[in-house]
Design a protein around this ligand. Sequence first.
Ligand code: NAP
Length: 304
Amino acid sequence: MTGTALITGGSGLLGVNWALTIRDDFQVTLAIHQREIAVQGVSTMSIDLESGNDLKRALSELQPHLVVHAAGLTSVESCEANPELAYRINVQLAANVASACAAFGLPLVHISTDHLFSGASALVDENAPIEPRNAYARSKAEAEARVFDAHPRALVIRTNFFGWGPGYRRSFSDLIIDSLRQGETLTLFEDVFFTPIVAAELIRAAHQLQAINVAGIVNVCGDERVSKLEFGMRLASIFGLDDSLIRPGSVANQPGLVQRPHDMSLSNKKASALLGRELGGLDKQLAVLLQQQQLGFANEVLSI
Ligand SMILES: NC(=O)c1ccc[n+]([C@@H]2O[C@H](COP(=O)([O-])OP(=O)(O)OC[C@H]3O[C@@H](n4cnc5c(N)ncnc54)[C@H](OP(=O)(O)O)[C@@H]3O)[C@@H](O)[C@H]2O)c1
């Protein structure tokens, strides 16, 4: 074992992927909120992230070598409907976790998003000006600032990931695979772009960056900018699924949606230079997803 790791948002899509990915190397504790879960080889602990005292109790007890903050209110619609709640969960909890980690001298990896920009530019780097378009983006932008105020050596990762999700939390790739396996048609936007990375590669890169003491903002995403439609077509191809069930759609025809950037693509040049390697194009990311299915990872996550 390399050490102990505490991951907030323990029942979330990223939290469970993180735990399963590193459990052979780390003693992992997932910080749990409302949903109780059980993951083989991983501990869980109920921690009230709103309470500085409870956080300190947990850190004293666990003495982790690393904290990953992956808790959040991630539904863009829920954040827009309740911006105060978005602020409380996305900003306040991040600030609390960062303060507690700083007080204990612990390294912190804070998970941010690719959703912070207007979408007017493609493949934006870490220095691009933030222009939040909705309450989710505003809360995540404010969270980054509050994390650095409390913990200047924090590693803040901007990303957009996919991976195998539990039954109660299906990911973007799960939704596509589930639909195609059931023979259902689905519509994917041809005019919304991103640079997706598979969760396992995001997690591997985060640990490598942390191991070389990188602080500050780093985009950790795939090498390739693709539309949601292209993502679905390439996923179908690699998984041998029927791509004729996928229909092109346009976000322009969805005026009811919460306003969001249509281009969320990030440049991963900084991460690539720091790591001394490429993070990989979409086919590489999808090949990891397929391999995880073959190794039983997908079924284990599904059963959580
Ligand atoms: N999914 C993506 O593609 C994506 C893209 C870019 C960035 N991100 C960022 O990545 C991080 C993880 O995302 P995710 O998709 O894994 O999230 P998720 O599946 O929606 O899970 C959110 C987690 O946060 C916990 N949580 C919510 N309110 C809480 C509270 N008041 N106190 C403590 N824990 C609380 C939830 O626990 P309960 O269910 O028990 O409340 C759950 O474990 C987030 O910071 C998100 O902004 C995600």
